[in-house]
Design a protein around this ligand. Structure first.
Ligand SMILES: Cc1cc2nc3c(=O)[nH]c(=O)nc-3n(C[C@H](O)[C@H](O)[C@H](O)COP(=O)(O)O)c2cc1C
Length: 198
């Protein structure tokens, strides 16, 4: 299985977490790392190139920091331009049909703050629903997100643990060793991986 990681971070030079998470990702067999802000700093997205890339992969990952409970602006622009009617969705839009989709998201707030009645009053899964529903409209299968919480107060050791988990996930996907039906019953992919680790 070929995995495409669409990465969106507008200020990687200021990043503490993501810059570690993405290091050497291209070394993983079957994984293509695609840095959108590096390629399109002026938002001049090459739509046909992006569509070709999508067609060549089986699993599409949106990897980004959570910005205002959503994606950085370029990833929204990417969706608006690339996911065209009768290509990605609509009666003739089958280009993405059957592919897997999930988010990898780094989040300032801790996990316990992302639930009803707590500081952010919504779960990450609820907040990402425009993206998972977009995937569904494009006939893809949405998996739960992989979430790095508490980035405001995270230690280097924890980032490394998340990175190890994330790379393991990518390797499992690339070698088709993920039980998709089982995975969809978890809230986060992190929880599935933790269980695998025992
Ligand atoms: C413009 C902006 C908006 C943000 N919005 C949120 C938010 O809605 N919820 C949250 O928990 N953190 C929010 N954050 C914190 C980022 O998610 C956090 O800084 C990022 O994931 C850390 O990753 P990095 O070290 O790679 O930059 C925001 C940060 C910025 C700069």
């Amino acid at each position: 299985m070929k995995v495409l990681v669409l990465f969106a971070h507008p200020a990687l030079h200021k990043s503490y977490v993501n810059k570690v998470l993405i290091e050497e990702m291209n070394v993983i067999d079957g994984v293509t790392f695609h840095d959108l802000y590096e390629l399109y700093p002026e938002f001049d997205i090459d739509v046909s190139h992006e569509q070709d890339l999508l067609s060549q992969h089986d699993c599409i990952v949106f990897h980004h920091p959570l910005f205002w409970y959503s994606t950085p602006a370029l990833l929204k622009e990417w969706q608006d331009l690339v996911l065209q009617h009768d290509w990605a969705f609509g009666s003739k839009g089958n280009a993405l049909k059957g592919k897997l989709f999930f988010n990898v998201v780094t989040v300032g707030g801790p996990r316990k703050a992302y639930q009803k009645g707590e500081f952010h009053n919504h779960s990450i899964n609820e907040l990402l629903s425009p993206l998972t529903q977009t995937a569904a409209l494009c006939k893809m299968t949405a998996l739960p997100p992989f979430v790095v919480h508490g980035t405001h107060a995270i230690e280097d050791k924890e980032i490394q643990q998340y990175k190890n988990q994330y790379f393991r996930l990518l390797e499992l996907l690339a070698t088709k060793n993920v039980d998709v039906n089982k995975v969809t019953s978890y809230k986060y992919l992190n929880d599935y991986l933790k269980e695998l680790e025992g």
